[in-house]
Ligand binder design. Structure first.
Ligand SMILES: Nc1ncnc2c1ncn2[C@@H]1O[C@H](COP(=O)(O)OP(=O)(O)O)[C@@H](O)[C@H]1O
Ligand SMILES: [Mg+2]
Length: 336
């Protein structure tokens, strides 16, 4: 079932479709809490889909579920489907998952040092990555492909960098190398989990540009995970807003910024600093904190922080409602 023959190319069928995904973690008290509770999302071929939300909302757990890399044995997919190119990854046997992870789906993380091996040179790691996917080439050819890859991700003096160790490089350079390794297999889907959070703003902008350029050059799909709506605005065409293990709003990026429907999204937008404005007062942040997953209130999970809370919100969980074309939000206040 692999190969290019059966890939979705009509642009409408999603490359990845997550349906009603529920993921739980074991607690020290012997219970299971739901870190993800009914997540649905689509990633179309060739698009950059953003996932945004505060820390602890379930963004990384969503990504790790797709990769089938949830920490074992605490983390577990309880139910739901993760359809990638007509195969349900949620039910795939671990040995069959290897045909997808690191070959058709790659992931990059906030901290490249977790993915790079500190005791091997950059060159050795890149050559190994190349040889893993191109079985019928020699080491010399793999070396020259590795150098080309470094050039492609904007690393100056790639020949010299090949002989260096990860700790000899800056954070931005390490992230570039991780991107090169993640792309060495020519994935159909790249999951970038807060890839620029650890970097300063200038380097962040360069890395986001690089990811966009690589996406445009290859036509792959990207899931861009971030807590920062600025990163979404820079990169994504569509966006899912997550809150306490659920997706509360989905829209194209223009719509989300111009007419956000969910009070949580509005709160997030109100707290972005605008360029060129000199503010003397602090930006409004959403008051309160994300509720503990082990002690969720009945009804809407955002109720304790919401400025539009009504009686119904205290008892009935809101379902996603269509607000406009390609725009849904889960809030009782919509249409009232
Ligand atoms: N290894 C783990 N063990 C137990 N609970 C976890 C673990 N990883 C994540 N969780 C739970 O899942 C929730 C979502 O985590 P995560 O997806 O990492 O959030 P983020 O949106 O910041 O990426 C956390 O708030 C936590 O309750
Ligand atoms: Mg995370």
């Amino acid at each position: 079932m692999t190969g290019t023959d059966n890939r979705n190319t009509d642009g409408n069928t999603p490359l990845l479709a997550i349906r009603d995904l529920v993921v739980s973690f074991a607690t020290d008290e012997g219970q299971r809490i739901r870190a993800i509770d009914g997540v649905c999302l689509d990633v179309k071929p060739g698009e950059i889909l953003g996932i945004v939300g505060e820390s602890g909302c379930g963004k990384s757990v969503t990504a790790l579920s797709v990769m089938r890399l949830l920490p074992k044995p605490a983390g577990r997919i309880e139910s739901g489907r993760i359809i990638f190119d007509n195969i349900d990854l949620a039910k795939l046997a671990p040995n069959r998952m290897r045909a997808y992870r690191g070959s058709r789906i790659s992931m990059i993380f906030q901290e490249p040092m977790t993915a790079l091996n500190p005791v091997h040179t950059v060159g050795r790691q890149l050559v190994e990555a190349v040889l893993l996917h191109k079985k019928n080439i020699g080491k010399k050819e793999a070396m020259s492909i590795a150098v080309e890859m470094l050039e492609m991700v904007g690393i100056p003096e790639p020949g010299r960098r090949m002989g260096e160790y990860p700790h000899q490089l800056s954070g931005g350079m390490r992230q570039r190398i991780m991107i090169a390794m993640a792309l060495s297999c020519g994935p159909d889907l790249l999951i970038a989990d807060e890839p620029t959070t650890a970097l300063d703003v200038t380097v962040q902008a360069q890395i986001l540009e690089l990811i966009k350029r690589m996406q445009a050059g290859t036509g792959m799909s990207v899931i861009m995970i971030t807590h920062d709506l600025g990163v979404i605005a820079e990169t994504s065409s569509r966006v899912c807003v997550m809150y306490a293990g659920r997706i509360v709003e989905t829209a194209d990026v223009k719509t989300l910024f111009s007419s956000p429907a969910h009070p949580y999204t509005r709160g997030l937008l109100a707290s972005i600093p605008r360029l060129g404005t000199r503010r003397k007062t602090r930006l409004p942040v959403i008051p309160g904190v994300v509720p503990s997953l082990s002690d969720l209130p009945p009804g809407c999970r955002f109720q304790n922080r919401c400025d539009r809370v009504m009686d119904i919100c205290r008892s009935v969980p809101p379902e996603p409602t269509v607000v406009g074309t390609g725009h849904t939000a889960a809030c009782h206040a919509i249409g009232m």
